[in-house]
Design a protein around this ligand. Structure first.
Ligand code: ATP
Ligand code: MG
Ligand code: MG
Ligand code: MG
Length: 436
């Protein structure tokens, strides 16, 4: 992409209403524009990151055996009345009346709708287990939308729903998602810790939040330090026994302020105790027959009897992750994107646009890097060098290549690694090899 043809409305000033780094940087880097409280347009640069995260989330869901579908954003209130949630959900739900005075709502989540879909088609235990998911916009009329996309009102969520014949089998579905989440967050370049969540009236031990540690996190996290050092499971057989990956993590203490037990925490060796702030980026929950019982979702079992299906749901905050990744990875100059989600692979800075030699060198670098699949962003504008450097640092691409007349005289360009600031001079060809 040539910057002169792109749409990258960077801001010089830090917007006054943005209080945390990710919100400030997303506005300054021209990734999002607020349209009303908690509602944003995704500008081209922001959308690129959002899509990359979405793709990784999707790939890991598919790998775990979940099947993608798409449910609408607008739902009828009828299903929510069946489960009793229409009244229970409260003011976070945006309620809408259509022209025929039918009660509709903008979905804050989809348990009710997916259970209706499931009960319409599935009759036998032979069709179980089923893991279905979609990646769709949700709306929650948050009391305090803040921190940009981290707590928006309209936000993109991946939500998966599991259907199983009994609790033992539901546990296997839960473990699949547990492992898929560990792999997903690792690919996104972040360390997300599974912490014990509050099961509320449903009880049981099968609910975890995945949190990443960041000073601006809204919850307090207490955990065993070793959780941060564990490598993700990686390639696993999702049809096999996944308990080793889950059990060794659950053996280590991890809780938020909601589930914290000071005595248990103090039993950890002092040098392994860790307290930090955390951002919830995912949440998995086994809730049994909470929705399937009131909605009559039953299947015929191997015993010839009808069984109420056991369900769970598994969310990832796709749009929240854009902000959360920045919280975990930035410096005073801007974003530092992990390679897997960077909006472009490398930025090319032409220090003297209009200079024949510099232009020619940039053009050939640009096409070589495009051909190599590096997805370059070429700053071919007439702006001053300082402006170009600042903008490139701000948008945080993993690499920058600077091309100027002085270097070209010596046959070199300068490659900078954004994360470390390390710079080296290379011939244009060596730079291309290095960047691939
Ligand atoms: P929170 O505690 O932050 O309000 P939640 O527990 O209400 O989140 P869930 O119902 O568990 O959220 O939804 C699944 C995921 O969706 C969350 O883990 C989070 O990543 C994301 N999410 C929830 N609310 C928002 C929001 N207002 N803006 C952006 N992402 C959100
Ligand atoms: Mg909430
Ligand atoms: Mg929560
Ligand atoms: Mg939650």
């Amino acid at each position: 992409m040539r910057l002169s043809q792109y749409f990258l409305p960077v801001l010089k000033e830090t917007p006054a209403d943005a209080t945390i780094a990710s919100h400030q940087l997303m506005l300054r880097a021209g990734m999002i524009k607020q349209n009303s409280a908690g509602i944003y347009s995704w500008l081209p640069l922001g959308l690129k990151v959002l899509r990359k995260i979405e793709t990784i989330v999707r790939e890991e869901q598919n790998r775990a055996g979940a099947v993608e579908m798409l449910m609408p954003t607008i739902q009828s209130a009828d299903l929510w009345k069946e489960t009793g949630r229409y009244d229970a959900y409260g003011p976070e739900m945006l309620r809408i009346m259509d022209r025929h005075d039918r009660e509709m709502l903008f979905g804050p989540t989809n348990e009710d709708m997916i259970t209706d879909i499931f009960r319409s088609y599935v009759r036998s235990y032979k069709d179980l287990p089923k893991l279905l998911y979609h990646i769709q916009w949700k709306f929650r009329d948050e009391r305090r939308p803040r921190f940009g996309v981290m707590r928006g009102r309209e936000f993109l969520m991946k939500d998966t729903y599991s259907f199983d014949i009994d609790e033992a089998s539901a546990r296997l579905s839960y473990y699949k998602m547990f492992v898929a989440y560990l792999n997903t967050f690792a690919r996104l370049g972040i360390k997300a810790i599974p912490v014990k969540a509050d099961p509320g009236p449903i009880g049981g031990d099968l609910t975890h939040e995945f949190v990443i540690l960041a000073e601006t996190g809204e919850s307090e996290v207490f955990c065993h330090k070793d959780l941060l050092e564990m490598a993700p499971p990686g390639e696993v057989d999702f049809s096999g026994d996944l308990s080793e990956h889950v059990d060794k993590r659950r053996a280590l203490y991890a809780a938020t302020d909601e589930t914290h037990d000071e005595e248990e925490f103090k039993a950890i060796p002092a040098d392994k105790q860790m307290t930090a702030r955390g951002i919830e980026v995912g949440h998995i929950f086994y809730f049994g027959d909470k929705y399937t019982a009131p909605m009559g979702a039953k299947v015929m079992g191997p015993d010839g009897k009808e069984h109420v299906v056991q369900g769970g749901s598994y969310g990832i905050g796709v749009s929240r992750l854009v902000g959360a990744i920045i919280e975990a990875s930035h410096d005073e100059n801007g974003c530092i994107w992990p390679k897997s989600v960077a909006p472009f692979g490398v930025g090319i800075i032409n220090l003297k646009s209009g200079d024949e030699e510099a232009d020619a060198a940039c053009e050939s670098l640009y096409s070589a890097l495009e051909a190599a699949g590096c997805d370059p962003l070429y700053d071919d504008t007439k702006d001053r060098g300082g402006v170009k450097f600042g903008r490139m640092d701000l948008i945080g691409l993993p690499y920058q290549v600077t091309v100027g007349p002085r270097g070209l005289k010596n046959g070199v360009v300068e490659v900078k690694i954004r994360a470390t600031g390390m710079k080296k001079e290379l011939s244009p060809n060596a730079a291309i090899v290095f960047l691939q």
